[in-house]
Design a binder for this molecule. Sequence first.
Ligand code: FES
Length: 149
Amino acid sequence: MNANITVIPAKAGIQTDSATASSTVRELSTVDGLGSRLRMNDKIPSWFQVCKFDEIPVLGARVVERSESEGGNVAVFRNSENVVFALLDKCPHKGGPLSQGIVFGERVACPLHNWSIELRSGEAVAPDVGCTKRFAVKVDNGDVFVDLA
Ligand code: FES
């Protein structure tokens, strides 16, 4: 684990309703199935513990702060279905902070020019074209982990 990495709330002033959140918490499998068996040439995951699941607001995000040399910040989103996603916090258009965008369904609307980005793949929704890096994410025993490898 890198000592320079910190986790911050994505939006100041947004509070998690822990009573509501805890009643809807469920264990989620990895979004991309990395929890299953690794193959010979697969990279070894480097799971970073981000926060508790309840600490990510519904339709909100948390940010794993990393320097540019470490690859840049990672945004960890939670949608209304309590599914967690992780993308590089940089819009494929002009680098807007996706963690400050509006989450809807399995997409986030960039706060700068309103492109929609697929949370599962990082792809811009047509007619826009581009892709931001996605990260594997999992929830284990109420803790959220992102693969920063
Ligand atoms: S920077 Fe995201 S839509 Fe332009």
